[in-house]
Design a protein around this ligand. Structure first.
Ligand code: NAI
Length: 334
């Protein structure tokens, strides 16, 4: 009798898995369709977010694939469970949008921990360089025939101090970039890697010391109950006047009210934000023909010394290919 080929059998089972893809954008489809040539999953792309209203759409699928602004809270998890979802495949490194307590023991969750840390670190560096040398303003001036350089004064980054909070994959890439600029690097992490610090030539210090000494503070720790509103009135008070704050981590690491107050009274020199506390309604969408009802977001956009990007730190060809390949491999491994 002819035995079934175990590999063919496996492929057959894989191909049966149906994936509902939330918050799908054209670039997601492009990279996932390419990566899926190796897997042949049935993927349905849905451009809405996963939330309590849309979780029911998952009925008839095996896997939901989600991104940073999909809300995977207790109610959503319960609906996904009712819809017999077996796996939640996050296409992100961060998992702060998942209620881990509620999901534990119910649905398996996988994520993409290190798809391209350099992509995010390089974006943080791009924000710093633009804010410092004001290239975002110079671009518009020269196109308007204004060749004045008044108001565009920057500072040498060489020999200045960068404070990096979170020395994981992204933080470490940024440490290399900062050291390449000839900067002094101070770092804070919940778990110090002194050997690595010695090898690279940076120093772990307390948060207080980091705030006091840094010309630039860049956030690369995860969002959790300990780091929620890490940057607030108190921490800002401890920083150097004119400090530059860079956040490519998560919006809720910064208390926006405190940031706006600091920008208004001039204690914060500039802010580069790739994430925003209440970004989920706005980021990744086109609001150019409508009103921005979020007054804090609208206020942030009025400051000449604020550079806000729409959570695009991850957005490189290499990162998107890695996200797509790893997510589909995660599903296969499951
Ligand atoms: P990672 O897990 O490699 O590193 C995180 C580091 O933060 C670890 O060294 C950890 O010990 C440290 N940490 C944990 N709790 C801390 C605390 N309370 N205080 C200080 N440090 C603490 O993560 P990775 O890949 O470097 O990513 C960092 C964060 O960047 C993610 O959690 C995510 O929120 C954000 N991110 C943003 C992206 C974007 O497109 N803007 C893309 C990818 C990640």
């Amino acid at each position: 009798m002819c035995k079934p080929d175990p590999f063919l059998e496996k492929d057959h089972i894989m191909a049966e898995k149906k994936i509902l893809f939330y918050d799908a954008k054209p670039y997601d489809k492009q990279f996932f369709d390419e990566a899926n040539k190796k897997h042949a999953y049935e993927i349905q792309y849905f451009n809405g977010h996963l939330n309590r209203n849309t979780a029911y759409f998952s009925k008839g699928y095996d896997v939901v694939c989600t991104f940073v602004n999909d809300s995977i809270d207790k109610d959503v998890i319960s609906i996904l469970k009712d819809c017999s979802i077996e796996l939640i495949a996050l296409r992100s490194a961060g998992y702060n949008n998942v209620d881990l307590r509620a999901v534990y023991g119910t649905i398996h969750v996988v994520r993409v921990p290190g798809y391209s840390p350099c992509a995010v670190a390089e974006h943080a560096a791009a924000l710093m360089l633009s804010l410092n040398r004001k290239t975002h303003r110079a671009y518009f001036r020269t196109r308007d025939g204004n060749f004045s350089i008044n108001g565009l004064l920057g500072f040498d980054m060489h020999k200045k101090t960068m404070g990096i909070i979170g020395t994981g994959k992204i933080g470490r890439c940024l440490i290399d970039i900062a050291l390449g600029f000839g900067m002094n690097v101070l770092a804070y992490d919940k778990f110090n890697d002194e050997k690595y610090a010695q090898k690279k030539g940076f120093e772990y210090v307390s948060l207080e010391q980091l705030y006091k000494a840094s010309d630039i503070v860049s956030l690369h720790c995860p969002l959790n109950s300990e780091t929620y509103h890490l940057i607030n009135e108190d921490s800002l008070k401890q920083m150097k006047p004119g400090v530059m704050i860079i956040n490519t981590g998560r919006g809720k690491l910064i208390k926006t009210d405190a940031l706006i107050a600091g920008l208004k009274n001039g204690t914060i020199g500039s802010a580069g934000l790739d994430v925003y506390e209440e970004e989920s309604e706005y980021f990744f969408e086109d609001f150019s023909n409508s009103m921005i009802e979020d007054d804090k977001l609208a206020r942030l956009l009025t400051f000449p010394n604020v550079l806000l990007t729409s959570h695009q730190g991850f957005f490189t060809k290499e990162a998107l290919a890695n996200i797509a390949n790893t997510t589909l491999e995660n599903i296969e491994e499951y």
